[in-house]
Design a protein around this ligand. Structure first.
Ligand SMILES: [Zn+2]
Length: 319
């Protein structure tokens, strides 16, 4: 028997993402595996055989591995192995680690790689208030908030992080820019929308925020954990639009112009910012409708419609 002195080997690892690009930081939801390279001595055979890989839920490979691979191999003709069968999807921000072990062959002794640290980053975005009701023609302010997590904990995004609003559905437009940048350490900035017509508007917000050197795209209404839903806004009729519609409805209806005259009077009080007299005039209008219906000067259907419209104006005015 001849005692063979094995040569020293060295083991190095690179973390790959699913596309086999070398990475040291990834965003939440990525899937990673280890790429192992075992190097021998100059002018000697390339190392052969197998490796094992350990996976840690910390960045220093401290303590017991969260998972250890079975024996993986053989190494290719260049002493490498892409451990795609030992892959992990990272679902939370924080640090992880891979470490590889070469098991040795007839020529080379076993060797351990060093701990390869993976940084997992995350971000999220919210748009508030989630719902709201405003009279058409008024401004409504939405707050966009962005959080980032560089693996050490979730904090508000740095000052100047851009948030871009977009109307996904419904009427309206942004007042000024549809983009704002977060202020100070708040992670907040404001977007303003308005609509001249009634309806429901769905608004989204998105950001491309840099965390740990990676640009993360986040958008409300997507499936990413932590992102809020899109915001919705109901634009209700204004007294102006309600009264214009009522005037059209009563013009030429009933004896003379008394109904139309009363609506015109209400419009004048509203225009003069005199809700008290506008409310009184609305009651006069309702009494007139009742009187004309009693005398069959207008139909009961007309009376019901005019009454409902006038009541809606009273609600808008706060009578
Ligand atoms: Zn790979």
């Amino acid at each position: 028997m001849t005692l063979v002195q094995q040569l020293a080997s060295s083991t190095a690892t690179t973390i790959h993402n699913a596309a086999h690009a070398a990475v040291t930081a990834v965003e939440v939801g990525s899937t990673v595996h280890d790429f192992v390279t075992v190097t021998g001595q100059p002018a000697k055979p390339v190392p052969t055989g197998s490796v094992t890989v350990d996976w840690f839920l910390n960045g220093t490979c401290a303590g017991t591995a969260a998972a250890s691979s079975s024996t993986l191999g053989p190494l290719d003709a260049s002493g490498r192995l892409d451990a795609t069968g030992f892959a992990f999807t990272v679902n939370s921000a924080g640090q992880r680690g891979f470490i590889a072990h070469y098991l040795g062959d007839a020529t080379y002794a076993a060797s351990d790689g060093s701990c390869e640290t993976l940084t997992v980053v995350d971000a999220n975005i919210q748009l508030t208030p989630p719902t709201g009701t405003n009279p058409a023609g008024t401004d409504h302010v939405l707050t966009c908030h962005v959080n980032v997590n560089d693996s050490t904990g979730s904090v508000s995004a740095p000052a100047g992080t851009a948030c871009t609003g977009s109307i996904q559905n419904g009427p309206g437009s942004f007042v000024g820019s549809n983009q704002c940048t977060t202020v100070g350490t708040t992670g907040d900035c404001q977007l303003t929308i308005t609509s001249s017509v009634t309806g429901t508007t769905t608004i989204s917000a998105s950001t491309d925020v840099v965390v740990g050197g990676l640009t993360l795209r986040r958008q409300t209404g997507d499936i990413h954990a932590g992102d809020s839903a899109n915001a919705t806004k109901d634009w209700t009729p204004t007294t102006t639009t309600q009264l214009a519609a009522l005037l059209t409805a009563v013009t030429g209806v009933g004896p003379g112009t008394s109904l139309a005259d009363k609506v015109t009077q209400i419009q004048a009080y509203v225009a003069a910012n005199d809700p008290s007299n506008a409310c009184k005039a609305l009651n006069d209008f309702l009494n007139q409708v009742k009187a004309q219906a009693g005398k069959k000067q207008i139909t009961s259907a007309q009376a019901a419609s005019f009454t409902a419209q006038a009541q809606a104006v009273k609600t808008t005015l706060g009578c």
